[in-house]
Design a protein. Sequence first.
Length: 174
Amino acid sequence: MIKKLNVPIRDEEELLQLEAGDMVRLTGIVYTARDQAHKKMIEGIEKGEEPPFDLQNNLIYYCGPTPPREDGLFGSAGPTTSARMDKMTPQLIERGIRGTIGKGERSPDVLEACRKYRAVYLAAFGGTGAYLAKRIKKQELVAYPELGAEAVYKLEVEDFPVIVAVDSKGKSIL
């Protein structure tokens, strides 16, 4: 059975009911952020600055999209290897991020942060960037345009397919 999850998370119970291995379709808003965007956000937070978007109850998609198609949407939007963000992820989860989306394994620190703050790690399917881009209905540049493909974008997604790789109890399928 495929579960549906609206994002940002408005009903914590929906998130808490997800179990490692569940297939999920996301609908709503997610934000992209990769290595350099994470670094800028963490540096800003450490200086007392607000992040470029509200972290509370949102999801971050580790994605470096390709240039837009004729319709203005990304040509491809596949997941990036999540481990590259592992040093910074627990700080963002602690500040309200309820989940991350990417590919590959996560560190024990990220698993612990998911358990402690009731967040999830969702795995997107590598090699399906063109298909995943079709699940993006709208996109908007939010911050760090100088980072090019690593800039932060707000994405409106519909039926975006993921698997719960780490649930809010810290249980992992990897």
